[in-house]
Design a protein around this ligand. Structure first.
Ligand code: RUQ
Ligand code: CUA
Length: 764
């Protein structure tokens, strides 16, 4: 429950709000009545009970989903399917100030190509950093198919730290998949093009158009991809698709498929059959088996050429060194997923009814014996498909992607054309169960389903079409994420979640207990780099620096004021605001918006962020806080005054406003003394318990102590003015003293509630 404070001679805590119970007959409805009224079956009730999360409840798993064309990501809880956050990645996200503060503009700028800033991204495949093949919950990666890019997101604060653009590919699809210890983030090209963003006519397709895969070196300590330590493999123009890293026995290898080994070039406008006909004409495409450990050694030995400053291992070197082997795979494959034990690779086929299970050991045996069926036109050895197979299983129409269960040998494969999920045993090669979804599933996600220890429990179907599942909202329908219970023998559909964001593509889910996000930043953190901001100031040392043509504000925010509140500048000046949120209280975020400008910051506790304004036109630009942070949130405001050319600076920036008397001061002063009694009571309660055993309370006590120190300062000022009979300033500072007390009391009450709810013990 929210508390609010009413100003008066004493602090009144309004606890009574919202306690009323809905009146009338509905309140007396029984479960049976509700089931009847809403036409719910026992099965529905069971599904509801499996997903319903009472107020304050937490989810067992956290999912990170691609946000498709939004260029963002979505975070939601499983099994409740409650959306927790959208993460701005390749596109601005105003609420989080992403793309609006100077710090995040820098991150987005890294994603510009040929000088162009993109305001969309086509995000496809998220991946969580792994340690020994399991999610470690530290970093998140996602690719942008449209402008080949990879982004790095910190799972401490769910903010984007870095964007790298691919210097050699024109387009990609097979990102962002990590190797088992996150040594590399893999990004495979899709539409072949001349490497290095160059031109070549299409009649040179076979000779000058190329595919490839980039290995982006990830520095875990810095949380950064290191382009200078990354390399790419030049690959034939086969339209490479998805890739996954080997595990266990297949550690050090990667498996990348392709869907147009025909190297067909369409041209429907000139009477040629289109791409779709030519790219699906042959019975097979190629699975690329990549020895990435060996490729890394070749790169480190300097056997590469440079394109746009980036190391590329050429096809010739790849063939000479034996870095890539090809295996024919069923027509128009899609999805390449390594089993948790690392022994098998499962590949779907969009135009096939089978899932193909390749046996890594059999592949190795052929490679070791140099037993090749032939070579492709680029000199890459081709293995015999039959000799590489473990089994092929007829699953249904359009098998795409596969995820794994915690139970051995159990896999789930999406069937796009059939609109179903197949549960099957890849060891024995038999189908166990099927469930219909709505509709045309693409990817699917089990809990930690691409790690060496999948967690089972749930599966989410990421569907391409929703058609009739939700209330109509016009021709563009929401996406449909469907939650399925996979804990029993038979799959059970639990919940449909509409998502109005973009095509979901893939998602990954991690046990919530593995994530350890921060509650607040270390004081003065530039959240976009996670480093100390050089612009942070402590309360009391706020200042405005003026140099010709430039006004630089070093300020702080706290409930419920900006310091400074009035900033004057001259037309033509560059004005730079740096704000530090000095709050430590959980969720006490302030915003900073300047009217008639594109400035909108989000200042979470401890964060420092900056905004630059070019004051082209004289005028009055009010600024205000955009988060309803306190009872006096609307009063959290200020003015940027830009004087038109020719006007001089006024020394008295603000009018004096109302005038106060000694009586006003005395009344306020008494009010502060009364409030202090309430605060002392709360402090007495907290210190009488074992509160130091509760870290969140220790943090809150630190916050409250901060506020009480500010209160003491304000009191000293008030009393100082009172001795000079300056009742105007005395009264205003006494009021400010009270404002700080209110915030201290608010924090104290949060701490008290926490202690009561978490069974604190009396020790005094
Ligand atoms: S792909 S629907 Cu973009 Cu991940 Cu398979
Ligand atoms: Cu700070 Cu509203």
């Amino acid at each position: 429950m929210r508390r609010s404070f009413t100003k008066g001679s004493a602090l009144i805590i309004a606890l009574g709000l919202g306690l009323g119970v809905a009146g009338g007959a509905l309140a007396d409805e029984s479960l049976q009545d509700v089931m009847k009224r809403r036409n719910l079956s026992d099965q529905d009730m069971l599904a509801a009970a499996k997903t319903f999360t009472p107020t304050g409840g937490r989810d067992e798993f956290i999912a990170f989903s691609s946000g498709g064309q939004s260029g963002q990501m979505m975070v939601y809880g499983i099994p409740s399917m409650r959306i927790l956050k959208f993460i701005g990645v390749f596109t601005p996200e105003p609420w989080q100030g992403y793309g609006f503060d100077d710090e995040s503009k820098k991150v987005l700028k890294e994603g510009a190509l040929n000088g162009e800033d993109f305001t969309y991204g086509d995000t496809h495949h998220p991946n969580i950093s792994k340690t020994n093949g399991d999610y470690d919950g530290e970093w998140l990666f996602i690719n942008d198919k449209a402008h080949p890019r990879i982004a790095v997101i910190s799972l401490k604060d769910f903010e984007t730290r870095q964007i790298v653009t691919n210097p050699v590919f024109q387009n990609e699809h097979g990102g962002a998949f990590v190797t088992n210890n996150t040594e590399y983030v893999m990004e495979a090209a899709q539409l072949p093009a001349p490497l290095g963003h160059k031109y070549a006519p299409l009649d040179k397709f076979n000779d000058e158009y190329r595919g490839g895969i980039t290995y982006w070196k990830f520095n875990r300590e810095k949380g950064k991809i290191e382009p200078e330590n990354s390399f790419s493999l030049e690959l034939p123009p086969y339209s490479q698709d998805l890739v996954s890293a080997g595990k266990g026995p297949s550690e050090g290898w990667a498996f990348l498929n392709s869907f147009c080994a025909e190297r067909y070039v369409g041209g429907i406008e000139s009477g040629r059959p289109p791409f779709e006909a030519g790219c699906s004409a042959n019975d097979s495409d190629f699975l690329h088996v990549i020895d990435w450990k060996k490729a890394e050694a070749v790169y480190k030995a300097g056997k590469f050429t440079k394109i746009n400053g980036h190391a590329v291992i050429t096809l010739k070197t790849i063939a000479d060194e034996g870095l890539v082997y090809l295996i024919p795979e069923a027509k128009s494959p899609h999805g390449s997923d390594v089993t948790p034990d690392g022994k098998f690779i499962v590949v779907g086929g969009k135009l096939d009814t089978h899932a193909t299970v390749f046996d890594f050991q059999k592949i190795q045996d052929q490679i070791k014996a140099k037993k090749f069926a032939g070579k492709d036109p680029y000199g890459l050895p081709i293995l015999n498909m039959q000799d590489s197979l473990h089994t092929q299983v007829a699953l249904g129409l359009g098998p795409l992607h596969t995820q794994f269960d915690s139970k051995p040998c159990i896999a789930y494969t999406s069937l796009y054309v059939d609109s179903q999920v197949a549960k099957w045993d890849y060891c024995e090669g038999k189908v166990l169960d099927k469930i219909s979804i709505h509709y045309n599933i693409g990817h699917l996600m089990t809990m930690e389903g691409d790690t060496v220890h999948p967690k089972g429990h749930y599966l989410v179907a990421l569907n391409k079409l929703a058609i009739d599942r939700f209330n109509p909202v016009g021709p563009l329908h929401p996406q449909n994420h469907q939650l399925i219970d996979i804990s029993g023998d038979k799959m059970k559909l639990l919940y449909d979640m509409p998502v109005p964001l973009g095509e979901p593509h893939w998602a990954v889910a991690i046990a919530a207990s593995t994530l350890h996000p921060t509650v607040r930043y270390k004081y003065g953190t530039d959240s976009r780099t996670e480093e100390a901001s050089p612009y942070a100031v402590r309360p009391g040392s706020e200042h405005i620096d003026r140099t010709p043509g430039k006004v630089e504000v070093f300020g702080t925010v706290i409930r419920s004021h900006f310091t400074p509140e009035i900033v004057e500048a001259q037309e033509g000046d560059k004005i730079i605001f740096h704000w530090t949120n000095t709050e430590r209280a959980e969720d006490e975020t302030h915003g900073f918006a300047v009217s008639d400008t594109n400035v909108n910051l989000s200042l979470e506790p401890g964060k420092t962020a900056s905004a630059t304004i070019d004051a082209a036109k004289g005028g009055v630009y009010p600024y205000y806080c955009t988060e309803f942070c306190s009872a006096l949130h609307l009063e959290m405001e200020g003015y940027l005054l830009v004087r038109p050319k020719g006007q001089v600076m006024t020394t008295k920036a603000a009018s004096t406003g109302a005038t106060y008397t000694k009586a006003d001061y005395d009344k306020q002063y008494q009010g502060c003394l009364d409030t202090q009694v309430v605060i002392d009571g709360v402090v007495g309660y907290i210190t009488s318990t074992n509160y130091t055993d509760f870290q969140p309370v220790v943090d809150l006590v630190t916050d409250a102590t901060d506020q009480l120190n500010f209160a003491k300062d304000a009191r000293t000022k008030a009393e100082g003015y009172a001795t000079k009979n300056d009742w105007q300033n005395a009264m205003l500072w006494a009021n400010q003293w009270w404002q700080y007390q209110v915030k201290a009391a608010d924090i104290g009450l949060r701490a008290k509630t926490y202690l009561e709810q978490h069974g604190a013990k009396k020790i005094k």
